[in-house]
Design a protein around this ligand. Structure first.
Ligand SMILES: [Zn+2]
Length: 165
């Protein structure tokens, strides 16, 4: 077996030494679901003052409400104790500052082959995309009106969440 993951597995053994989440049923204890970007500058729990066990987290490039995100939110609302949903894209997101063509070119250069057939879901107007994403959550027939839905833009330079302008 290769040693490609030795550092991670070693860290995992240390993590497990004082593991306290065993036996927990996996609901969102704080009743919160978060949809946000995969960006490594984002700590979805930390930025909301939450801890492991408090929230359901769904991440993808751009923090978009995709069909898979909606699946997660429906499960979260009906089976996992969620009554508040926050959708959080962020400043300086590659998905909002590149064009589809740019990304295809850069990926193509990295891969050494044509990538023009791969879509990435680039966002032209981040605030407009967030408004559309919030509307998708509100409009979904399986997400009850009693569920609160919020949209904020996370500023990766200040750590602050700014309401949708
Ligand atoms: Zn991003």
């Amino acid at each position: 077996m290769s040693d490609d993951f030795d550092d991670l597995l070693e860290a995992n053994r240390r993590f497990a030494q004082d593991f306290r989440l065993g036996g927990f049923d996996g609901i969102a204890r704080a009743g919160v679901a978060v949809v946000t970007c995969m960006d490594s500058r984002i700590d979805p729990l930390g930025m909301l003052g939450l801890e492991p066990g408090d929230a359901k987290i769904f991440r993808n490039p751009g923090g978009r409400v995709t069909p898979q995100a909606l699946e997660a939110l429906i499960l979260a609302v009906h089976l996992l104790n969620v009554d508040r949903i926050v959708v959080i894209p962020h400043t300086r997101c590659a998905m909002a500052s590149s064009t589809e063509h740019d990304l295809q070119e850069r990926i193509g250069a990295s891969a050494g082959q044509d990538a023009s057939w791969q879509s990435f879901g680039v966002v032209a107007d981040q605030h407009e995309a967030l408004r559309e994403d919030l509307a998708k959550v509100h409009a979904h027939p399986l997400i009850p009106e009693s569920v609160k839905v919020g949209g904020f833009v996370y500023d990766v330079d200040t750590g602050l969440l700014n309401p949708l302008g």
